[in-house]
Design a protein around this ligand. Structure first.
Ligand code: 4NP
Length: 166
């Protein structure tokens, strides 16, 4: 069974933080796709999405070029991303914090009511990790995009239910 989204801290508004290791591959891809899906669902004005990495190596940099190429090829805008580092204060600031893999989840303090794996919402394989494509070939980025698209769709459905939007 897929996860349920926790209630908003402020009624009618929602904030989601996506977390990976470098914030140049997985969480930026999820960020761009989820924002596009929220826009399409008419939820862009009430749901805010941010992303970050647990590491600081790439802070201020754009997305990895392979991640950007995969998104661009699929019709998304990958140009606006700049990497940020996760800060523990994010745990109190967001309604839902979604980690790409178990190491990322452990690095931010482990699971909680508002802290879980992104793929907790994946209808195909709930609770799986988004594998790190950084050291692999282009097919890894394609695979990440596929997981991120169907999981983002499911997150949007969960938010529509929660926020009472059809
Ligand atoms: P991400 O991928 O966590 O999906 O952004 C990585 C990016 C950079 C590194 C590792 C993973 N790195 O070691 O620099």
């Amino acid at each position: 069974m897929t996860a349920a989204a926790p209630a908003p801290r402020t009624p009618g508004r929602y904030s989601i933080a996506l977390v990976c290791l470098g914030n140049i591959c997985r969480s930026p891809m999820a960020h761009v796709v989820l924002e596009q899906r929220l826009e399409a669902a008419g939820l862009a004005d009430v749901v805010r999405v941010v992303s970050s990495g647990t590491g600081d190596w790439h802070v201020g940099k754009p997305m990895d070029e392979r991640a950007a190429a995969t998104l661009t090829e699929a019709g998304y805008d990958a140009t606006r991303h700049r990497a940020q580092q996760f800060a523990p204060s994010w745990l109190d600031e967001h309604d839902l914090v979604l980690a790409m893999d178990r190491a990322n989840l452990a690095d931010i303090g482990g699971p909680g009511e508002r802290v879980m794996l992104f793929r907790a919402f994946d209808p195909v394989a709930p609770g799986s990790e988004v594998p790190d494509p950084y050291y692999g070939g282009p097919e890894g980025f394609e695979e990440v995009l596929e997981m991120v698209e169907r999981t983002s769709d499911a997150v949007v459905v969960a938010l529509q239910r929660l926020l009472g939007r059809p």
